[in-house]
Ligand binder design. Structure first.
Ligand code: N01
Length: 540
């Protein structure tokens, strides 16, 4: 335990995490409901994901004008993003600006990890303990611990013997990493890897990419934001744009195509895919054909278009062949957009190693040995992802009614009602927990919807003298079954991905987020509210 503070205080609500989720929750509960709130934050600053993920090339893939808080009209009008997609340093500045502008820091205790939180039936309060010795109680316990924040450094023989530096993208040194003159190896080609690879390649002496699964990725066409678009189309129409995003499938204000790839001619398909590739970003998927996400034959037409692009871009045919994704449909893993990812393999200083066919055997003091080669490296970058959605919960000893631990309750996969509450854990709320659209959407839209839902719920409880709110176990069973059923009809079930826990050895294979879409989910939540918070057990 860290030494220093030891306090015993009482709050209306304790919130974990000072990222987008925690900051907005604090503002709502404190400034709109007049509650006493304490946020505990492990880091030494605000930002959450954007505080930790400082790897080169880190940025969000929702367009910047829609990746923001929307509770303040003035903030929306005042803040000017510089990039089409917001980059990590700018998102962090934005969150610092929000924390200062709305005077949020005074309710945040930084450098403090919550180690346990226990519901005490007799008092109807949560007892929260931290690694700094704080023991506080709160009526409401609210988690914003990030869906993708527990870094996964896979167990690899010999890592402790490596004499160079190694880093994980999700836990990147805050004062940066110097690649100059270094032989760098990177393991992983997911969202983080494909962003970092082109940037590291430009700075390092050499870059060796250890790839297990080739990826589909579309050019992002990132650049500075179109000022005219921002000033003339976005800012005067913000409310309309935001409303569209809130009721959309993915939390973005875009138009989805109504056309079917299987009804189009080969030429029409090529034209649509070329247009999407040229415009770039996720519009390649949304704007081309609606059956890509539902019908494997339609999906194959888009997948084959991307494979042809890879063959066209990558000059060395052997490298191009290794980069071709063939073992899973397009969009079955997290959809990716990139800047010069495939082009990077044309650089003299970049080498691609296929570890699916020649797996890593061991890390040696001077590099990495695969089954058929040895690579001398000065640095290893792990872009190997996260123990997503549940990993961060399990780092805290969370106990509900009858001392039931969340870890035990979720031993076969997470069980929640709406991704908001867990039966047996009264007055505990999760912002974008498992079972909500969260990671399948523009996060800020999903986060704000949960902040509003929770805040309205607590207000309703107060107005109606309700002391305890808890998910009904039957509603939880029905919701989990609905989440599974919706997932079954998607491409997501056809790949090994972190959505299914497949990246963590021993993790139950359960599809964790809700794939029904942000708008549908919002509608369900609203119906539940209209029926007096149906599915929740409410007690005076
Ligand atoms: O992690 P990932 P990530 N040996 O799990 C490989 C969000 N995000 O950090 O595919 C060898 O996607 C693994 O291989 P495979 C976003 O939601 C968003 O990149 O499992 N390789 C894969 O290539 C995203 O989905 C943004 O075969 C191993 C890679 O490591 C989520 O965060 C940017 C391995 C991990 O990919 C996570 O992305 C960044 C092993 N033992 C992140 N274990 C944007 O908004 C894993 N791999 C743009």
């Amino acid at each position: 335990m860290k030494s220093g503070r030891t306090t015993t205080q009482e709050f209306d609500a304790v919130v974990i995490g000072a990222g987008f989720g925690g900051l907005g929750m604090l503002r709502k509960l404190r400034d709109e409901l007049g509650m006493s709130v304490r946020i505990y934050e492990t880091g030494d600053g605000v930002g959450g994901t954007w505080h930790w993920n400082r790897y080169p090339g880190a940025r969000c893939d929702s367009e910047s004008y829609i990746y923001c808080f929307t509770f303040s009209k003035e903030l929306l009008q005042d803040w000017n993003w510089s990039g089409k997609y917001p980059e990590q340093p700018e998102i962090l500045s934005y969150l610092n600006h929000v924390a200062d502008r709305f005077d949020l820091r005074r309710n945040i205790q930084f450098d403090t990890k919550v180690v346990s939180s226990r519901y005490v039936e007799e008092t109807n309060r949560w007892e929260v303990e931290t690694d700094t010795g704080d023991r506080v109680t709160a009526k409401f316990f609210i988690t914003w611990i990030g869906c993708i924040s527990t870094s996964n450094v896979p167990t690899m023989n010999g890592l402790e013997s490596f004499e160079g530096e190694w880093h994980h993208t999700g836990d990147w040194p805050h004062d940066g990493v110097d690649f100059a003159g270094k032989r760098v190896g990177i393991i992983g080609t997911g969202s983080s890897g494909i962003q970092a690879i082109p940037v590291i390649a430009e700075q390092a002496r050499s870059l060796t990419v250890f790839q297990r699964t080739p990826q589909y990725t579309i050019p992002a066409r990132h650049g500075t934001i179109d000022r005219k678009f921002l000033e003339e189309e976005v800012k005067p129409n913000y409310e309309k744009i935001l409303e569209k995003a809130r009721w959309s499938k993915s939390g973005n204000a875009v138009n989805f195509s109504e056309r079917l790839a299987l009804n189009a001619t080969a030429e029409e398909r090529k034209e649509a895919y070329e247009a999407g590739w040229t415009e770039g970003g996720h519009k390649f998927l949304w704007g081309s054909f609606k059956d890509i996400g539902k019908d494997r034959r339609a999906n194959d037409t888009a997948a084959e278009f991307i494979r042809a692009k890879i063959r066209e871009i990558v000059k060395d045919p052997e490298t191009a062949e290794k980069l071709l994704p063939t073992d899973h449909p397009l969009g079955s893993k997290r959809a990716l957009i990139d800047t010069d990812y495939f082009e990077t393999y044309n650089r003299e200083n970049v080498e691609l190693v296929d570890i699916r066919h020649s797996p890593i055997q061991t890390i040696t003091p001077s590099g990495i040995r695969t089954e058929d080669s040895e690579f001398e490296l000065d640095m290893i970058v792990f872009a190997t992802g996260f123990d997503a959605m549940t990993g961060s919960f399990f780092k805290i000893d969370i106990r509900g009614r009858n001392n039931l631990s969340l870890k035990d309750k979720w031993s076969e996969g997470p069980k929640t009602y709406l991704g908001l509450q867990v039966a047996g854990f009264p007055n505990m709320f999760m912002i974008t927990g498992p079972g909500s659209p969260s990671v399948l959407s523009n996060m800020t839209v999903s986060i704000e919807q949960h902040q509003e839902f929770i805040s309205d719920f607590l207000d309703y409880m107060r107005a109606n003298d309700i002391e305890v709110a808890e998910a009904d176990p039957n509603s939880e069973i029905e919701w989990v079954s609905h989440v599974n059923k919706v997932a079954e009809s998607t491409m997501y079930m056809l790949a090994d991905s972190w959505y299914l826990g497949a990246n963590i050895p021993g993790k139950p294979r359960v599809f964790m987020p809700y794939a029904g879409g942000v708008g549908t989910y919002r509608e369900k939540c609203n119906e539940i509210v209209d029926k007096g918070y149906e599915g929740f057990i409410l007690r005076a």
